[in-house]
Design a binder for this molecule. Structure first.
Ligand SMILES: Cc1cc2nc3c(=O)[nH]c(=O)nc-3n(C[C@H](O)[C@H](O)[C@H](O)COP(=O)(O)OP(=O)(O)OC[C@H]3O[C@@H](n4cnc5c(N)ncnc54)[C@H](O)[C@@H]3O)c2cc1C
Length: 347
């Protein structure tokens, strides 16, 4: 198969998949076609750099907030695409880019490119298009590689092929590229979530009960609250990747349990970066062992993610600060010992 994707082969393929739906999905896409699309993916980095630069360029005069917001969304999609290219390269080099990894990568890349160029759904009612962001087109819209990936990346025949592969092998998850340590962490927390979280989560939800304290104690013993806190402060000294793996696996059981460790991560990092030595010595070890439960307190009833509009104020008093304001949606709020707050100092 030549480097440039053979349009005729794809057209033939599409026709075949439309008319012979009963045919084995694996027959719809052959390896050569995937190879050609992967070559197209290798052409993406400079195009993605151009997209990123365009999204960071000055806004059109009198641009609406929707334009700024849309550009921020689009920039995260571009960053995701950059990471997908890196993932494909790395996994290929390691010999771990199997059929599932390959097809999922092409599906994601095809879909994200299409959304960037034709409409990105920010919510059910908000789709941002290039014109909303101040562009006739985003860079790369006419590039052969982009067109081929948009046309054939997230194609029905690929989705069928992938579904057939999953049904055949019983494996529904791609190799995420984790190293041995992180894979072990994943396995351990998957077992934990399967045994100790998932069977009970629906009852906690229906009865509106708090996560049982014995479970929180078990999580503390497993090191969940000190994952990213350095070892000299009683933590495990692992990185954000470990935090992601643990949060993902616990969230598989129940999102309410999966989000618990992220609160200690936020508080721990704030203290590590900005605290005095005395504060670090005092708080980090008890955050790490779970005896002090912190929260992250940003959202307010009328200003959710719009942090610039927060109304909460901190007033200086003789003994410290008096905090005035209302907060909502706060994870751990019923049990917390400490808050990481965002608001304004003074009035
Ligand atoms: C299970 C759960 C746990 C949570 N835990 C916490 C917690 O521990 N601490 C905490 O502080 N909060 C917490 N939250 C709150 C959560 O972070 C907020 O729901 C989030 O900030 C969304 O805020 P929002 O209501 O403004 O909705 P959004 O969806 O962010 O915004 C509402 C609308 O405004 C649009 N919009 C958003 N930003 C912009 C922008 N810059 N420009 C233009 N339009 C924009 C969106 O597209 C959307 O249509 C939790 C929420 C849930 C569901």
């Amino acid at each position: 198969m030549p480097a440039a994707l053979c349009g005729a082969a794809w057209l033939a393929n599409a026709a075949k998949s439309d008319t012979l739906t009963a045919m084995s999905a694996a027959e719809d896409i052959n390896t050569g076609e995937n190879d050609a699309l992967l070559l197209h993916m290798a052409a993406l980095p400079p195009i993605l750099d151009d997209m990123r630069a365009a999204l960071a360029s000055p806004l059109p005069p009198e641009a609406a907030q929707f334009c700024t917001h849309g550009r921020a969304w689009a920039a995260t999609y571009v960053a995701t695409l950059q990471q997908m290219v890196l993932y494909a390269e790395t996994m290929q080099a390691r010999g771990r880019f199997g059929a599932m990894e390959e097809d999922l990568t092409l599906l994601i890349v095809g879909e994200y490119l299409t959304q960037l160029h034709y409409g990105l759904p920010m919510s059910q009612g908000e789709t941002v298009r290039p014109a909303d962001m101040g562009f006739d087109h985003l860079p790369g819209h006419n590039h052969e590689a982009v067109k081929a990936l948009m046309r054939h990346g997230n194609h029905a025949s690929r989705r069928r092929k992938l579904a057939a592969l999953m049904a055949e092998t019983g494996i529904t998850e791609a190799d995420a590229g984790l190293d041995e340590t992180h894979q072990m962490i994943r396995d351990q927390f998957r077992r934990f979530a399967d045994e100790k979280v998932a069977p009970f989560a629906h009852d906690w939800h229906l009865n509106d009960t708090l996560i049982p304290l014995p479970l929180i104690e078990e999580l503390a013993e497993l090191g969940v609250f000190g994952l990213t806190i350095p070892e000299n402060y009683g933590g495990l000294g692992l990185g954000k990747q470990a935090m992601c793996v643990v949060s993902e696996e616990l969230s598989r059981g129940y999102i309410g349990v999966g989000s618990l460790g992220t609160r200690t991560d936020i508080a721990g990092e704030l203290i590590l970066q900005n605290g005095t030595q005395a504060q670090k010595q005092k708080y980090l070890p008890i955050i790490a062992n779970g005896s002090l439960l912190p929260t992250a307190v940003f959202t307010e009833p009328n200003t959710g993610s719009d942090l610039a509009s927060l109304a909460t104020r901190a007033e200086k008093t003789d003994s410290g600060y008096k905090i005035i304001g209302a907060k909502t949606w706060i994870t751990h709020a019923a049990r917390t010992d400490m808050i990481s707050r965002q608001g304004h100092a003074g009035r």
